[in-house]
Design a protein around this ligand. Structure first.
Ligand SMILES: Cc1ncc(COP(=O)(O)O)c(C=O)c1O
Length: 479
């Protein structure tokens, strides 16, 4: 079987559909027969015909033995892992599975403060105790950096009994940690490295990008195949290195967190994304890097805008292009709105100072040149909110220095709490996480003491139009 031109899950679905078995089973649309025309237009008649689940020929996500097993094996080989799990509840569930599989209640785990809220959920589920680690913010580039090897060394010295580090690398802006160096430090101390590699599924395909977590020696890596490669939104892969991790425990945890009705189209899309990368990954990712560098060169010609292709002391994923718009008298959030509504260009993320553009394997010269034209026009737009371009630049707090929390996230989640107005919450212990999305990093995490400074920062972020996941006017605090 040549894995470079074969997608086992997609193939099994086509065969099942072609066999013509009459449907007396879920889903209720019965292979599209009952589907509304809107749904048919959306998914296509063929897509609906193949949208069946749990048939013997289609394998079992919870105990793969045929087509899913083959597809996962191909993926593991391509991403240099010992095993790969297909995840259809997002990278969030892959992260939670990594945590549940490796950490028990009261185990200490290092958590850099730039971690996604999925990590908080994993801590609540597992009962593990986070030691939050500081992550620097670049005052020059106005973006969060990553955790350093020396921070990890310090943390290990203070808490030699810790079990693992949950590292996010690269971060949303493409700033990567020294994953290889950190893996060596952790393993020498008998600790595990779990990597949230949501933004790194493409790293494997070009040496000009930061090293992938698996190649760097990580034990587990949760990758958003859907974010930077070609699978459907919500689909991810969990990569496993067997040396220090029990693969069965990882599979049990993943199974616990995944639906019992896996959507076959989502699974097939993971399989096909893997096939696509096996076929053209290297050439396409190299092209994305070249397009990104061309975009940077063009941005630098626009006097009001600036960008960068290197970050001091860290490696950068070049396919993430951050454009600072302050010189145009705009906040990133305003610039995003102008780009979207005046020029029909949508970026991935905006913050107080920047726009972030993801250049993927799907892009070409024509779209980059449209983006450059739009940026040129946008940079001339009038300043609307100069007064708001100040403090609210860091959706991440940094005043955490290797402290053991008084209560675990799990204890706090189940403890007695009350809802109070944000401005009355100063001094209280936060019993939820307050997160702006993107980037999905809690500005206030469960268990943190609420300061006047963070209340001011939340208000400032709301004022410039950042979107909070929960209603940040009121906040849940411990009684
Ligand atoms: C760093 C990071 N980790 C995890 C996630 C969660 O991934 P998903 O949305 O696939 O659940 C995201 C999503 O934005 C992310 O940015």
């Amino acid at each position: 079987m040549n894995k470079n031109n074969f997608a086992p899950i997609a193939d099994a679905m086509q065969k099942y559909s072609a066999d013509g078995a009459l449907a007396f089973h879920t889903p209720g649309h019965k292979q599209g027969r009952g589907a509304h025309s809107l749904l048919k237009n959306l998914v296509t008649a063929e897509g609906l015909r193949q949208e069946v689940s749990l048939m013997e020929e289609l394998d079992d996500l919870h105990s793969p033995h045929s087509c899913i097993k083959a597809a996962e094996k191909f993926a593991a080989e391509l991403w240099h892992a010992d095993d790969a799990l297909f995840m259809i509840n997002g990278t969030s569930s892959a992260i939670q599975a990594m945590i549940l599989a490796t950490l028990k209640p009261n185990d200490l785990v290092f958590v850099p403060r730039n971690s996604h809220r999925a990590v908080t959920a994993g801590l609540i589920l597992s009962g593990a105790v986070p030691i939050f680690l500081p992550v620097d913010f670049s005052a020059e580039l106005k973006i969060p950096l990553n955790v350093t090897a020396s921070t990890i060394r310090r943390a290990i010295k203070k808490f030699p009994q810790a079990r693992a580090l949950i590292l996010t690398s690269p971060n949303y802006y493409g700033v990567a940690a020294d994953v290889k160096g950190i893996a060596e430090i952790l393993h020498a101390a008998g600790m595990l490295l779990l990597v949230d590699e949501a933004h790194g599924a493409h790293l494997q395909f070009c040496e000009r990008l930061p090293i992938s977590a698996m190649d760097a020696g990580a034990d587990l890596a949760a990758q958003s195949t859907h974010k930077l490669l070609g699978s459907m939104t919500q689909t991810s892969m969990l990569m496993v290195r067997k040396n220090f991790v029990d693969v069965d425990a990882v599979r049990r945890a993943a199974s616990l967190l995944q639906t019992t009705s896996p959507n076959q189209l989502l699974l097939a899309s993971l399989d096909i994304a893997r096939l696509q990368m096996a076929e053209v990954g290297r050439e396409k990712i190299l092209n994305a890097i070249e397009l990104s560098q061309h975009l940077r060169a063009e941005v630098e010609k626009i006097s009001a805008l600036s960008t960068f292709d290197a970050v001091k002391d860290f490696e950068l994923d070049l396919t993430k292009v951050t454009v600072n718009v302050e010189g145009a008298g705009l906040t990133g959030i305003d610039a995003e709105k102008i780009l979207r509504h005046k020029f029909k260009v949508q970026c991935e993320l905006s913050d107080a100072a920047n726009l972030l553009f993801i250049i993927s394997y799907a892009d070409d010269d024509a779209v980059i040149s449209k983006l450059v034209d739009a940026l040129k026009s946008m940079s001339k737009a009038q300043c609307v909110r100069r007064d708001l371009m100040r403090k609210a630049q860091c959706v991440m707090r940094n005043d955490f220095s290797y402290q053991m929390p008084a209560k675990t996230p799990r204890e706090i989640f189940f403890a007695e709490s009350e809802i109070v107005p944000l401005e009355k919450s100063v001094g209280r212990i936060c019993a939820e996480e307050v997160t702006f999305y993107p980037p999905g990093i809690p500005i206030l995490n469960i268990g943190e003491r609420i300061t006047a400074e963070v209340v001011k920062e939340i208000s400032a972020l709301k004022k410039i139009g950042n979107r909070a996941l929960s209603d940040a006017d009121f906040i849940k605090v411990l009684v």
